[in-house]
Design a protein. Structure first.
Length: 163
């Protein structure tokens, strides 16, 4: 790469020197204007010569590889965000259940499982509650979980935990 730049610069300097010499030797008048035009075009050709050697297909392959890499990274990031969002929703729903049990005067722990719905949103589908819950509180808590979180009563498990 450095050798190509060096060669290009040497060629550019050589063309500039030849044009300067020609400009000094050409007599004034129409011939000098024509000589300057030819020197200008020659200098422009020397400047643009590296453009004729560009590897456009190589650049296109590099760009395609780069875009594919970006696409992979985007999908990996999206999956990571989805996993984290699922965990947050599960933890928030479990905290909600523990809070509702505390309102009923009970102490418990809860675990909620979520699954992505048709629209991509994570919805709670199953709840497991363990704690010291008397029968009326169990029924009220199960009903509240079903109403507030939309979990079917058949998917709510409340286990008696003895201290």
């Amino acid at each position: 790469m450095i050798g190509a730049v060096r060669s290009w610069l040497l060629g550019l300097i050589a063309v500039s020197l030849v044009c300067a010499l020609a400009d000094a030797l050409i007599p004034k008048g129409a011939v000098k204007r024509a000589g300057r035009l030819v020197c200008g075009l020659t200098l422009l050709a020397a400047v643009l010569t590296p453009l004729t050697r560009l590897d456009i297909s190589g650049s296109q392959r590099w760009l395609e590889d780069y875009l594919a890499s970006l696409s992979r990274q985007e999908s990996e990031l999206s999956e990571t965000v989805d996993r984290q969002l699922k965990i947050i929703i599960e933890e928030e729903c479990a905290a909600y259940i523990v809070d509702k049990a505390a309102e009923l005067g009970c102490v418990c722990s809860a675990r909620v499982e979520c699954r992505a719905g048709e629209d991509g949103l994570y919805l709670p589908i199953r709840a497991e509650v363990a704690g010291a819950l008397a029968e009326p509180a169990r029924t009220l808590l199960a009903r509240r979980i079903a109403q507030d979180l939309g979990i079917p009563e058949g998917q709510i498990t409340i286990e008696e935990e003895t201290p």
